[in-house]
Design a protein around this ligand. Sequence first.
Ligand code: FES
Ligand code: FE
Length: 400
Amino acid sequence: MALTQSDKLKQLVAAQQRGYSLAQSFYKDLDVYQAEVKNIFLKHWLYAGHVSQIPSSGDYFTVDFDTESVIVLRTAVGAVKAHLNLCRHRGSRICLDQSGSQKSLTCPYHAWSYNLDGELISARNMPDDFARSVNGLHHVNVALLGGLIFICLSNTPLSLDSLRHDLKQPFKLFGMNSMKLAEQKSYRILANWKLAVENYQECYHCAPSHPEFAQIHAMAKSPKVFQTAKVNFSQANQDNPKFMALNRYFDLAEKGQEGYQYDRNPLLPGALSGSVGGKPVAPLLGALQEYDGGASELMIGPLSYFLIYDDHMLGYRFLPVSVDECICEVSWFVEESAVQGQDYQLEQLTWLWDVTTQADKSIIMNNQKGVDSRFYQPGRLSEMESFQQSFLDWYLQTLV
Ligand code: FES
Ligand code: FE
């Protein structure tokens, strides 16, 4: 008897040995990918963008992943809403540009038109029994975390209450409500999305692959050196609320809550920010009064990551396109009152993570090429890949 899709996935998961990289099928099998769409991409919250991208009524941007496209916009009364970019007539995409400003959303195919709340307001020459009221755009859940906009395509989205409660202090300190998006870059990676996420989860590759990063971040050092630096750093900053550590990302105990993780890590001595020589690159964020020589790692859901230096924040989002392609999108945030050219220079601000992400793109694509080989076998993970291991544990539990 042929195996059902579910049995096949269960067998794959059961055969996976802990402490090793994933078996080839996890990176190539379409059934695995479809299970990921269902159990991960459509269930979890995804960083969509920032409120500073849509300051006025009618401003919108689109977010595309897998086969889906979402329009995130500012409504007539100033609310942030999201709709599927999918016409209710015969299914055309409606917004074809990645961003813009519109008073209403008109489908380019037969000109059905929707207001910013997603209600169908005009459809020409339709039969008398056609009800416009039930042909509005599909609603997409939206949540604002500071100025960060998150979307979720599930009918029963995971709660963000626990995260909002736990992250109140650092959000306030870093002024998550008073940042603006300074720059955004997309990196198209011809590799399975997990190779990109796993690469982001470990710093075993940092020293050999990222000489620029390794000159600034203590994390690129051996685990022993890093742990000592981290303990000293935390002890020296005991009372600072930036220094709490929350590890709930892979903890499935709190059912119904989105996973998240927050931690503050030391930079190397003398470094204050993620820049050439670790020098300051922008005005301090939010309520901060001084640099402490650290950077915070924040993860929300499985695809959205943030790195918060004292004077700017990086957003990292991994968008699966198909089983063998994904997009890594990097966003740079600064304090909203900072003026480009005066308070910060884009080139200095973006240098470290542009050069680092270009290197990552290339190592991830080389990784996929090797994983594609008929001779690929899962390899043993190092001590510096323990966080990646936590991700893999979570992933294997989540997949089936
Ligand atoms: Fe949109 Fe026809 S598909 S109006
Ligand atoms: Fe890297």
